[in-house]
Design a protein around this ligand. Structure first.
Ligand SMILES: [Zn+2]
Length: 285
């Protein structure tokens, strides 16, 4: 059996519901869960590492507002609550540039805790997976994230960024050629780049994904919802590729699609029936 974990990044308080609906209705209808790496309190002027305005933001921000917490978009929360196939995981706090590539432990903790609090007040009280903006995590950030989360999902791991006591395990993972590894009770999961990206050829995208899934027991497939809606128009061809992936995944008896949470439960020997967890997030009033 092969396992696939779908991860869509950058949902935030300014994300149009229609974008998620257009992309993921075929997944939800087929019972394929989607992990939404969600920004708890998005900075309305967030920048990419090369200084451009992030693609998940609307073109014009309100200059009087610096950040918007998730709870301010009640309609989005209602939508997510109505569709439990979406599984919210924490994507940084504000999505600042290289937000968790910092050495100041107190600031790392402040951002982790504020992000968790923002998700909690939005009704997502059981978030156990963390995704760092721009895939950069410092040594102290790894330590603090591992203390709080059961899964860290990132593009890759670098020796020099890992806590010293993790390094022997990292070498072992490398020697065994594994994509995923574990320290204590935290699963450390890589992904094979963003195979679902508008910067790759659409014609070969599905075949590339099929090949990747066949090559390893567990594949994390990453995409970004806003890439399908660039410059005010829907990239229909790209959407068709994504929907073809849904079709493919649902018709393979040897492929199971899981949430990060379910994967962590399975990896640590927890049966689903042992976990007391609401099926839907409850929104605080
Ligand atoms: Zn992001």
């Amino acid at each position: 059996m092969r396992t696939v974990i779908l991860r869509d990044d950058d949902t935030n308080a300014l994300t149009p519901i229609q974008c998620l609906e257009t992309l993921y209705r075929p997944f939800l209808e087929r019972g394929l869960p989607v992990n939404l790496a969600t920004i708890p309190e998005v900075r309305v002027d967030a920048r990419t590492p090369d200084g451009r305005r992030e693609g998940f933001l609307p073109n014009l921000g309100n200059p009087a507002v610096e950040t918007v917490p998730l709870i301010e978009n009640r309609a989005l929360l209602d939508y997510l609550r109505a569709n439990p196939g979406f599984n919210v995981v924490q994507h940084g706090c504000y999505h600042d540039t290289f937000e968790f590539d910092r050495a100041d432990r107190a600031e790392v903790v402040r951002r982790l805790d504020r992000g968790a609090q923002r998700l909690d007040e939005a009704g997502f009280t059981d978030v156990s997976t963390f995704v760092a903006p721009h895939d950069k995590i410092s040594v102290v950030a790894y330590e603090e994230i591992a203390r709080r989360f059961r899964v860290i999902s990132t593009g890759w791991f670098e020796w020099r960024r890992l806590p010293a006591r993790w390094r022997a395990r990292f070498v072992l993972k490398k020697l065994l050629g594994r994509a995923h590894w574990r320290v204590g009770s935290t699963q450390l999961m890589t992904h094979p780049g963003c195979l679902l990206s508008y910067q790759r050829p659409f014609a070969t995208m599905l075949a590339e994904i099929q090949r990747t899934i066949a090559q390893q027991p567990v594949t994390v497939l990453v995409t970004h919802w806003w890439e399908y809606f660039r410059e005010g128009r829907t990239d229909e061809e790209f959407v068709r590729v994504l929907h073809a992936v849904a079709e493919y995944l649902s018709t393979q008896s040897e492929v199971q699609v899981m949430t990060f949470q379910a994967y962590a439960d399975a990896a640590s020997g927890v049966r689903p029936s042992d976990v007391k967890r609401p099926l839907q997030p409850t929104v605080a009033t």
